[in-house]
Design a binder for this molecule. Sequence first.
Ligand code: GLN
Ligand code: ZN
Length: 759
Amino acid sequence: MATSLNLGFPRIGKRRELKRATEDYWAGRLDAEGLEAAGAALRAEHWQLQMAAGINSIPVGDFSFYDHVLDAAVLVGAVPERFAAIGEATEFPAYFAMARGIGGEHGIAPLEMTKWFDTNYHYIVPEFGPKTAFRLQAGRLLRQISEAQALSVPARPVLLGPVSLLRLGKSVEPGFDPILLLDRLLPVYAELIGQLQAAGAQCVQIDEPVFATGLGEAERGALRRSFAALRAAAPKLRLLLASYFASYGEDLPLALSLPIDVLHLDLVRAPQDLDAALAQQVAPGLRLSLGVVDGHNVWRTDLRRSLAHLRRAADVLGEERVLVAPSCSLLHVPIDLGAETALDPELRGWLAFARQKLGEVETLRRALGGGEEEALAESDRVQEGRASSPRAVHPEVRARLAALTAKDSRRQSPGDVRRGAQARRLPLPALPTTTIGSFPQTQELRSLRAQMRRGEIGAGAYEEGIRAEIERVIRLQEEIGLDLLVHGEAERNDMVEYFGEQLGGFASTGNGWVQSYGTRCVKPPIIYGDVYRPAPMTVRWSAYAQSLTEQPVKGMLTGPVTILQWSFARDDQPREQTAKQIALAIRDEVVDLEAAGIRAIQIDEPAFREGMPLRREEREDYLRWATEAFRLATSGVRDETQIHSHMCYSEFNDIVEAIAALDADVISIEAARSGMELLEAFSRFSYPNEIGPGVYDIHSPRVPGAEEMAQALRAAAGVLGSGKLWVNPDCGLKTRRFEEVLPSLRNMVEAAKAVREAL
Ligand code: GLN
Ligand code: ZN
């Protein structure tokens, strides 16, 4: 018989219980014991749920109060010196300080945070330097193992492997490669493995997702040494090596040759890995864990197709050497579709969240042994229904897409010609000032929206409230003296959800929460069908804002790549196709904004860089279609309409060429943190269009001084020249308060004036 296993379970709780408890603890409403108890209750509930689904091997150690990479760093004692005075990092005060920092005059900066591979989850970046020392701190993990044992959970500890831990961290000393710490780190892992064996574990899962990004010689050697050390430390323990999100590629032979007992393959992302593995003769002692249920997306599995993979493996290896699993941890999907009672039943029938996915894993395991005919037949019906449902298929959209020609993703004239036309229609000074779009989302705005959702106020009263806020923001900008104004985005809850709620082919969930970072959760829309725009989405707000002032007001949209990236995308057509459908819907909006008299339109693409595939060989193709989607969205307008874009959250040095290929007239880009390095990349490449490197970091409540911003501007002008330079903050202002924003913007305008005068 085959075995079923799960690689990881969401920890936030069905009703975001962990978020509530943690935030209560931070606010002093709950003590440490209370928070520990809330964590234990969630773990127990989630283990029970996995046992009820029939899963044979259940992860322990996947739970975290903030982030699993932070936990891994704490587990081996990789705690930066500056937190030492707060106490042991295994206790909440120092632990949360590492994640969030400590404010105030004698504050301590937190560790950085960054994207977990190509998911929308963010992990805490461990810090390493030549002086980093390691020390095993396994108490928390061992307690969880006994907790699980007490509940008779067939528990399997999960660890982030040593090579991934070092690779995901950052060096705090220039030129130092954390991988050099491996020799110091391995004894700690060996000790840990020994303790897990002593605690009664029979199998340990070692996650080494570094395989997904492709390895260099240093990592290959490090992985060989690591697994040799782990094997030697606990000869009787079964070792499961898991990587996910991409193919093992050319490193599959390496993975197969390591002294492990089970190798996990993500067959959703890399179905080719199975045949590659079977062709290479899997060693007799090695079993394969086959990720045949998508842990990264919300669709019901095509059981027939997944079963075919399992059969192919079982024919070669024998059933007992096949493990059935989700493709990756279920961290990235909501917990239970059962909570989505308001969702249309047909669409609901196409979906599976974490709980349902575990059911599918079990069904597949049983089906491999024969039987489950009914479940397979039902799966066939679901797949057929989805493929032909009038809800998903929009012939007009498809026809429109099929009829596109190269001309449709090209502006009428080249950038320098457009520049002249825009200068005539949009009189702006040198070094024009603007903002990225949103103004602070006040408590009043939030409660206005909540009242509307609860039906306590009508659409008319809501509209009035939003209009009043737009007028306020316009008057403030006029008074501050900004050149290109914005309407402030008061009407938006979220830059993707807002469009998802209005576009055809999208659905919203009531409780489809997934963890973004720490206690922050998002509810990504689900793209289930061909995308179209039933009606204008933003025109009335932008037109109203423009009607209030002589100054130009910038229209504000989210771009097709970002909408795709921050949604659950359909899995039955290439992402390229979906991106282009969204692009056409956005294009319609852009054209309508132009017709309504809006002279500058910004299409935000903060997720452009993060959509890039993990494996190098797939990147060129991504950049091709992502660029085309953006251009499709923006090329419907006349020369004199100025197209802006905005990007943030990433390093852009390596995609400057692609950014230029977007052919936006103006791009504003996060730069306050990465600084000159970024600008040099733009200058080296002689970026052709106009650019606004953020002159201040909006992620901090600090009000920057005018002189400091003037210096940043002069520095930018030194690298890029002043002729095509814009002056703007790093990102939107919605998370800040008016008390911080107004003086900051006043100083920014003053800085621009000072530098302008010296030109
Ligand atoms: N226009 C958006 C805003 O200002 C951009 C947000 C973003 O880049 N994440 O809020
Ligand atoms: Zn931004």
